[in-house]
Ligand binder design. Sequence first.
Ligand code: ADP
Ligand code: MG
Length: 420
Amino acid sequence: MSRHAATGVTWVDAWEPAAGAERAAAAFRARFDAEPDGVWSAPGRVNLIGEHTDYNGGLCLPIDLPHRTYVALRRTSAAGTPGAADAVVRLASAQEPDAGLWSAPLADTGPGRVDGWPAYAAGVAWALGAAGHTVGGFDAVVDSCVPYGAGLSSSAALECAVAVALDEAFGLGLADDDAGRTRLVAACIRAENEVAGAPTGGMDQSASLRARAGHALLLDTLDQSVRHVPFDLAGSGLALLVIDTKAEHRLADGQYAARRTACEAAARQLGVATLREVRPDGLDDALARIADADLPADVTRRRVRHVVTEIARVETFVALLDAGRVRDVGPVMDASHASLRDDYEVSAPELDVAVDAARAAGALGARMTGGGFGGSAIALVEVGAVDDVAVAVARAFDDAGFHPPAFLVAEASGPASRTA
Ligand code: ADP
Ligand code: MG
């Protein structure tokens, strides 16, 4: 983290990849007194638009951050060799110094077996094995500059860095093309859902493994197909400011699951597999058919309205990008925020203040991003106004009695890969 003297606000800088790799490698050497086989890394992501759509068969549009999680890893036993059943996984993270070294038999890395942060890493080895891609024992050390629990997907960055590391260390060959990467995505999702126990959709892992530098990833979660949409803000004199509100999201886990359950219940009432099947021109008709159930009908209607209109907003946003009209996406971002705040009810006071202050300071558009209840907001701003908008947001936080936020500037960066 750095504090720009000129502005007095806190910026979270991305590490240069070579520096990040050296940090992880040095920590590996110190921990295991050995050289790692290599260092792999994977980015956090920020979603431009399409929130809470990924578990509804919808569309989303993330970009990869320049902020990455680095994993230095060494294979300690080959998969499928004699003694492979005794293979051991050992893990440490610079972000979890108190946890020290975690160690368990590879056979004990599945659901219900791993507590705490190692679930996100060891769970990937289990999920790969469960999909028939057998791995063996390994040692790994993690270091990261992805803000933790800020809605920028440090969890997927960890999973995906481990996935590409295991892929190469055990010769799986999945990271070599998009079809294979899609299978790595599936393993990372299973690790997060089933081993770490977080019921998230697949946007984060797809972004971290399948996006491209200089592009936003249009992900269709119905069939996992993607399109790489050129996303060049600098060419238009713009920048994407990310505001980490630092708000504690205490209720987040239960609320996320509750939203997911509400959408699934609504889809059942409407007789559709996912809410993706409800198109905007059929929305009124669908809403009229929703009845009181576990949730009052009016609550379910608002949840459905968010999902259906949000998917349409992704389409609008992408059409504007395709037409070279990135300067016109601001109102679409604003509408997304209002829908998440009022219909889906996943915003937080800090997110609303961040968005309002950014707009008042000249942002073309702003919205919460990620699951909500805290985490981060994004604002589209003129390149020359980045500092001014950040200062204005920090001042608004101070006035509201919130903890100081942190800021980063997002440029569409590259996906998970070997770094050293
Ligand atoms: P987000 O993905 O938005 O950052 P999550 O709650 O989904 O937030 O994931 C954060 C969790 O992921 C952490 O609490 C930790 O368990 C795990 N994690 C992420 N990055 C690391 C890391 N560098 N080292 C150890 N654990 C990590
Ligand atoms: Mg996460």
